[in-house]
Design a protein around this ligand. Structure first.
Ligand code: R5P
Length: 283
């Protein structure tokens, strides 16, 4: 297998390459003076099975993935697997209002033109995999996140909304602790409301686990509820740390012990890697 990384996923790709004991294929990725992206594959990959790893966030990384796909196809790869650690636009997975696109479908369709198979990590909803017209599968970051949380002696895993409950249940199972969830209503992209709930967390260590932290609004509200009910220590963990705008400030002000995310999006909080889970899926 030949591994090619896009700029958005270099750190994860390097870890994966090391654990597979293969070098990353040499590429040149740079910008033209006007900002357009230039791609060149610098090694022979003819008749090879090639895996491209590239998170599709922010937008420029989608373009980079399309160019990598085209270059790999033209270079004569036998089979192309696209690993999308974080599949951007997945939250627009239906028409919420008349006149909208299904953004996840639009992008999945375009990737499917040249990819032979797709793997992503914790998609916002599993049904987005059906938007690809080639075989698509997902892996979960719950096990690596849970194994990182193991030493924190978590008493309760909390899902900040019902949609995240499955994930929280799996983590609680691995951590051998209790699990609960909160009821969240999204008002708009940056405003949510959370119904109060008695969680019996006094003196406890709680991990709040979600797939995405974007504006941090969801996590900050959950943290507030836990503080009001006198939880002792709070950890916030997610697969995809987007940390849009003032998310970090919001979380720090709300007060938590640690912010934990994975390397599906590389940030200073990517303390957990999904590389082992990915390696298992690719072999
Ligand atoms: C929503 O259903 C997701 O699972 C996350 O809860 C959401 O994307 C987090 O967004 P924010 O950090 O902006 O509250």
């Amino acid at each position: 297998m030949k591994l090619i990384t896009g700029s958005a996923s270099r750190s994860l790709s390097e870890k994966l390459a090391t654990s597979l004991n293969i070098p990353l294929v040499k590429t040149q990725i740079k910008r033209f003076p006007d900002g357009e992206i230039y791609i060149r594959i610098l090694e022979t990959i003819k008749n090879e099975q090639v895996t491209i790893i590239q998170t599709t966030y922010p937008d420029e990384n989608i373009i980079e993935l399309f160019l990598l796909l085209d270059a790999v196809k033209r270079a004569g790869a036998k089979k192309i697997t696209v690993v999308i650690p974080y599949f951007g636009y997945a939250r627009q997975d239906k028409q919420f209002k008349e006149g909208e696109p299904i953004s996840a479908a639009a992008i999945a369709k375009l990737i499917s033109i040249l990819a032979d198979t797709v793997i992503t990590v914790d998609p916002h909803k599993e049904h987005i995999l059906d938007f690809f017209t080639v075989p698509a599968a997902s892996i979960s970051a719950v096990a690596p996140l849970s194994s990182f949380l193991k030493e924190k002696q978590i008493d309760l895993v909390l899902a900040p909304d019902h949609g995240a409950f499955n994930r929280a249940q799996k983590a609680a199972q691995l951590l051998d602790c209790d699990v609960d969830y909160l009821e969240k209503t999204r008002i708009d992209g940056s405003t949510i409301s959370m119904a109060p709930k008695n969680l019996e967390v006094r003196g406890k260590t709680v991990a709040i686990i979600d797939d995405i932290i974007s504006t941090g609004g969801t996590m900050a509200e959950a943290i507030k509820q836990l503080h009001n009910q006198e939880a002792t220590k709070l950890y916030v963990a997610c697969t995809h740390g987007l940390f849009a705008g003032s998310a970090i400030k919001k979380l720090e002000e709300a007060g938590c012990e640690e912010i934990i995310s994975t390397d599906t999006i590389q940030t200073q909080f990517s303390t957990v890697s999904v590389s082992s889970a990915l390696k298992e899926k690719l072999q």
